[in-house]
Design a protein around this ligand. Structure first.
Ligand code: TXA
Ligand code: MG
Length: 346
């Protein structure tokens, strides 16, 4: 599918006036007509289509070049929409919904038949979340149907945290994009399977494991998150993701980065380093990308994907990324960097 021009609607997330309602209404109209529209959420931009319309959902896979065995998350504006999508909401899930919705926590349930087959890639479960973003909520309400939406990037690339990132990847491939400014969290939602007796964490994200456990007690973690050789329980986690064009290496020790940079420069390569404000001046690389402050991991998460995209714009051929502590939000940051590195860990 190709479009002469991808439509562009600007909606101020603070302002809910006549003009912005008209923009939202038009974007929602395209979704209900079976087209694909990108929109902001509090995590990353999503690429939305009517989750009950098989043909519409297929257009998402086509636009992104996404493998068809990778299921999508269904986005809702109101808890009452759950009843159309899932057969039951277990007690633990009810508690989580009460605490974390709207917010960056995706829950997996047993699905109902109305959900389009390609949304769930043939699985008997469906992933659902309620975004905490005024523009997303207003768009979802205006659509009145549940909206299936993966991140609005080309498959394999870093998720988009601005409308500019979306257009870079998908201009001419989708009907339109709603620009609601920069996203907040900057990393995707946490994915938790509630269809099992004991919930299982499939993807670390905006809500931390510690925060979840404070509400429902211990949860299991997909072993593949700890041992990369293990097959992941969630289909999407097996793919290389978030990768810049240059080869990215995740490096444990900062001193090693200094040596690796020297070596790569001696070989005539254009070298990049992904670092934080605390250490930005300690490398002699060609491209230094500074992602927030190490002492505030939210700021690192927020800047990470734009940082990864910057290496492409600056033509970095080889990239060394600093490591982060494996607790709290650091777990999600390290998970994305490990994926971006495709297993290249020094
Ligand atoms: O923050 C987010 O979650 C963003 C915004 C747009 O909401 N969306 C997002 O979607 O990150 P996507 O498609 O990039 O990631 C969805 C993840 C994939 O890893 C997929 O395999 C997993 O959720 N998933 C979806 N449905 C599933 C299911 N029924 N069982 C297991 N994993 C599932
Ligand atoms: Mg994605």
């Amino acid at each position: 599918m190709s479009y002469k021009q991808t439509k562009y609607w600007t909606v101020d997330k603070q302002v809910d006036n006549k003009e912005s309602s008209a923009q939202i209404k038009e974007a929602a109209m395209w979704i209900t007509k079976g087209e694909v529209v990108a929109f902001p959420t509090e995590t990353v931009y999503g690429l939305g289509a009517n989750a009950l319309d098989e043909q519409a959902v297929r257009k998402i896979f086509e636009a992104k070049g996404r493998p068809s065995d990778n299921p999508l998350i269904v986005h809702i504006a109101d808890q009452s929409q759950l009843t159309d999508l899932v057969t039951e909401v277990p007690e633990l899930a009810k508690k989580l919904i009460e605490h974390f919705w709207p917010g960056p926590l995706t829950l997996i349930f047993k699905k109902k038949a109305a959900v389009a087959k390609s949304v769930t890639a043939g699985l008997d479960t469906v992933a659902v979340r309620m975004p905490d973003h005024p523009v997303a909520s207003r768009l979802l309400k205006a659509c009145a149907v549940p909206v299936a939406a993966p991140s609005a990037n080309l498959s394999g690339k870093p998720s988009p945290t601005s409308a500019e990132h979306v257009l870079h990847d998908l201009n001419g491939r989708i009907v339109g994009v709603v620009d609601g400014g920069q996203t907040g969290v900057g990393l995707e939602s946490t994915v938790l399977d509630c269809s099992k007796q004991v919930p299982v964490l499939y993807r670390p994200g905006g809500v931390t494991k510690e925060e979840i456990e404070a509400v429902i007690g211990e949860v299991k973690v997909d072993p593949a998150l700890r041992t990369p050789d293990e097959a992941p329980m969630s289909p999407g986690m097996k793919y290389t993701h978030y990768a810049p064009s240059g080869a990215l290496f995740l490096v444990r020790e900062r001193e090693q980065i200094r040596q690796l940079v020297k070596q790569a420069k001696a070989e005539g390569k254009r070298v990049g380093v992904l670092t934080t404000e605390e250490n930005a001046t300690s490398y002699e690389a060609d491209v230094i990308v500074t992602c927030g402050r190490r002492e505030n991991l939210s700021s690192v998460a927020n800047a990470l994907y734009d940082g990864l995209r910057l290496f492409d714009r600056e033509g970095a051929e080889i990239i060394y990324a600093e490591s982060f502590p494996c607790s709290g939000l650091g777990i999600a940051i390290m998970n994305r960097l490990e994926k971006a590195a495709g297993g290249k860990i020094v």
